[in-house]
Design a protein around this ligand. Structure first.
Ligand code: AMP
Length: 286
């Protein structure tokens, strides 16, 4: 079956209801489009979790700050459709802003997950995660999926969505997908298009520093503060401005404590034209 593009909420609901009535499981993959290999891997993983795969493309204005890149965000509908077809995605939900926010963004009821959203990316992007949790809740109410797939590339987003689903007793099962990377370790991202040619050979520094920090901790270094400071210096030395670099509890994203064994190291840096994020996970034996 070729990909079917659907723009209306009621139209999507009626096609998905028919599948649900025959016992098929719906798997949803929310995206903002400009699809790359990382997104394709999410769709491929989605096929393993159900019979009907629904991708969504919506460049959600509610999750962009006033000075951010909502208007410059790459919109590549035709090639996105080709890519979705190449991985046998069944439906693409591609709503307009008016379909998603018929009463305007200012009047939109919000979903807010506290504490985990004002650190890391949330600290430099106030309101961002409220926009994410609000739109993802809406997409879950619209598609009513059995499973939804999110990339580990956005580890904080994944952790926040897992918490929201638990807090609000949503039935959907959240599945995380591993980070897809370029040959030199740079995490694939739509925003990589904004990295200049001059910067590109060094743009994997964040990944290098994350792996370096991981090795430090695995070899017994427990001075997380010093590791974070050294990693930021490595990023500066490579010619980029670090945003944050933080060793965290992998689930609640608080700064890692001595007794924490399930850790995530998260980092963000600014290139001239983009803000890049990445993370690594590690478990330590006690
Ligand atoms: P985006 O279109 O950037 O909002 O991303 C849509 C989904 O794809 C999110 O769940 C992201 O975490 C995921 N994603 C984006 N880039 C990657 C990547 N390099 N590897 C794995 N998942 C990714």
């Amino acid at each position: 079956m070729a990909l079917q593009v659907i723009r209306g909420i009621s139209q999507l609901r009626s096609v998905l209801d028919k599948h649900r009535q025959t016992g098929e499981r719906i798997v949803c993959v929310p995206t903002m489009g400009n699809l790359h290999e990382g997104h394709m891997a999410l769709i491929q993983l989605a096929h393993k979790h159900g019979e009907v795969v629904v991708a969504t493309i919506f460049v959600n204005p509610l999750q962009f700050g006033l000075n951010e890149d909502w208007d410059q965000y790459p919109r590549t509908f035709d090639s996105d459709v080709d890519k979705l077809n190449s991985v046998n995605c069944h439906y693409l939900f591609f709503p307009t802003d008016e379909e998603m926010y018929p009463f305007g963004m200012d009047n939109q009821t919000r979903v807010f997950c506290p504490t985990m959203t004002d650190v890391l990316c949330g600290a430099s992007r106030p309101g961002h995660f409220e926009g994410v949790t609000t739109v993802v809740t809406k997409l879950f109410h619209i598609a009513d999926p059995d499973v939804a797939i999110f990339g580990e590339k956005d580890w904080q987003q994944l952790a926040v969505i897992r918490r929201m689903v638990a807090d609000l007793c949503m039935r959907v099962k959240i599945v995380g997908a591993p980070i897809a990377r370029d040959h030199d370790g740079l995490a694939l991202s739509s925003r990589n298009a904004f990295i200049s040619e001059d910067e590109r050979p060094r743009a994997n520094q964040l990944n290098k520093s994350l792996n370096w920090a991981r090795e430090q901790i695995l070899s017994g270094n427990k001075d997380y503060g010093r590791i974070e400071a050294q990693a930021k210096q490595q990023i500066l030395d490579a010619g980029f401005r670090p945003d944050y670099f933080s060793v965290c509890n992998a689930q609640n994203l608080a700064p890692a404590l001595d007794e924490d064994t399930d850790l995530a190291i998260l980092g963000a840096l600014f290139t001239e034209g983009a803000r890049l994020i990445d993370n690594v996970q590690l478990k330590i034996e006690r």
